[in-house]
Write a protein that binds this ligand. Structure first.
Ligand code: HEC
Ligand code: HEC
Length: 433
């Protein structure tokens, strides 16, 4: 991995090996050495040509071309929505969340911390009961009933014959799905891949009776729509905005920091964050977590196919000014120079092998420093504006609350000379992406 005029060369693995799944460590070391050899070779050439030569990430390219197999996509959808990878051992046995839920989390409490209810999982009798208020949304027993129906998005509960919640676990959908509010606020059809920006993950985890006051204070400091996926690894506390899992099929490197391909991160989160069972190893960030048996590796391919099937949502008429957006497109591609980094159809230069120093894009370097690359990936702009679910904040740590704030960030950073009208038009264009 080499720095090259503020850009970053992504070094291809020596073989299409997933270093994040369980492998004999000798094989892994050989692989790292081979990658180092490639990188030494590149240092000698240090040409943009060389950076192209080491692209693309093999497994991503294979997966993103050609038609998708609907059966594999369907399998991945079930995994995305309902698979806990066995993480009940953490959420139940360690955090004892089942005790908290059954005694003190009513549906209204759950909705209040941003959890969502899948209206399609509710039988007509329950729908009627909620409507005529014979089913109370203030009773924890109702939450247990909803869990039994599989209706709490991203939370899987096991309920025994006497309606006691005995086990609880989480799925990918917890953070990366929301609902369309078609039944009521927080209750509707699932929108997979949409980040749940109402979800206060930290406040939910902090309900656990197994945590120290110091740990609870950190979790309670995050607020809705944010999560720190490295806190339990390095002890630092820099939560980032929950990103969408849609619109990634043609993006070669994932994460705010462009660390690796989608399955790399899926395995990382499933094993180190959700506490599912499997083996995740990445020497680049000093992580080696083994929690047998492996319930993750065999699911990564269908899970990836499902994510790649998730398109970004189309902009909704009436939520932006179409004429201004048309003018804003010319500003984006012209005087605002946005397209110099937000390139091509996916609006990112990461496919061209470029990442950016924090200073170059006016961002705080501290989150990037915890990553593999230490740099920021140009975010593939997608689904930026879809009220009420998607209305910001923007940038990895959410430092721009609105799209206006995004533009205000770039004007001085890039020394742009834009009229007030051009800036407003640019904002309207961003709403259509
Ligand atoms: C507790 C919340 C949480 C859960 C559960 C979770 N994620 Fe994420 N996910 C995040 C956060 C936060 C990031 C951003 C991390 C970063 O970029 O550094 C992220 C990033 C991603 C990305 C990269 C998005 C991009 O723009 O590059 C994908 C894809 C993704 N997650 C998919 C999944 C899948 C699949 C699962 C289940 C295995 C999962 N996530 C579980 C919080 C979560
Ligand atoms: C030098 C490269 C570069 C240029 C030029 C650039 N961007 Fe970005 N952009 C980035 C990077 C890198 C990020 C990720 C920063 C972060 O998350 O902290 C980003 C993030 C964003 C985001 C946040 C997306 C999200 O979901 O959080 C928006 C919106 C955006 N840029 C719009 C623009 C606009 C509008 C312009 C032109 C005025 C522009 N960018 C110019 C590199 C660039």
């Amino acid at each position: 991995m080499q720095r090259n005029k503020g850009s970053f060369i992504l070094v291809k693995r020596a073989a299409p090996v997933r270093r994040w799944t369980s492998r004999p460590s000798l094989w892994r070391r050989a692989n790292v050495l081979a990658a180092m050899a490639v990188s030494i070779h590149l240092a000698a050439c240090d040409q943009p040509e060389a950076s192209r030569a080491v692209e693309p990430a093999v497994d991503h390219a294979l997966a993103s071309r050609g038609p998708q197999n609907p059966a594999v996509v369907a399998e991945g959808k079930t995994i995305f929505r309902f698979d806990t990878f066995g993480d009940q051992t953490f959420w139940t046995d360690t955090l004892r969340m089942h005790e908290v839920i059954r005694t003190s989390v009513s549906p209204n409490t759950a909705l209040g911390v941003g959890l969502k209810v899948d209206a399609e999982a509710l039988p007509p009798s329950v729908v009627a009961g909620i409507q005529d208020k014979s089913i109370s949304l203030d009773a924890p027993a109702t939450t247990v009933a909803l869990l039994k129906l599989g209706a709490v998005v991203g939370v899987v509960g096991e309920v025994d014959a006497s309606n006691t919640l005995t086990r609880v676990g989480i799925t990918c959908a917890l953070c990366h799905s929301t609902v369309d509010n078609s039944f009521a606020a927080g209750i509707g059809s699932r929108l997979d891949g949409w980040p749940n920006r109402d979800l206060n993950v930290g406040a939910i985890v902090a309900l656990s009776p197994a945590l120290t006051p110091a740990q609870k204070a950190v979790y309670n400091s995050w607020g809705p729509g944010k999560y720190d996926p490295r806190f339990n690894i390095d002890g630092k506390n820099i939560p980032v905005v929950l990103p969408p899992a849609f619109g990634l099929r043609h993006v070669k490197r994932e994460l705010y920091t462009g660390d690796d391909v989608v399955s790399y991160w899926n395995a990382y989160v499933a094993i180190t964050q959700m506490h599912g069972h499997g083996h995740f190893v990445d020497a680049r960030i000093g992580v080696d977590k083994n929690n047998p048996p492996d319930l993750v590796s065999s699911k990564l391919d269908p899970l990836r196919e499902y994510q790649f099937s998730l398109e970004k949502p189309a902009p909704v008429e009436g939520t932006f000014d179409a004429h201004a957006a048309q003018r804003g497109r010319a500003v984006f591609n012209g005087p605002a120079r946005c397209a110099s980094c937000h390139l091509g159809d996916v609006l990112t230069d990461v496919n061209a092998g470029r990442l950016h120093d924090a200073a170059e894009v006016g961002q705080d370097p501290v989150y990037a420093q915890r990553s593999v690359t230490k740099m920021y990936r140009t975010t593939p702009l997608r689904g930026l504006w879809h009220p009420p679910q998607l209305t910001g904040p923007y940038f990895h740590d959410g430092n721009a609350a609105t799209l206006e704030a995004v533009v205000n960030h770039y004007v001085p950073l890039l020394g742009l000379r834009l009229t007030t009208q051009q800036q407003a038009d640019l904002v309207e264009y961003l709403k259509t992406l």
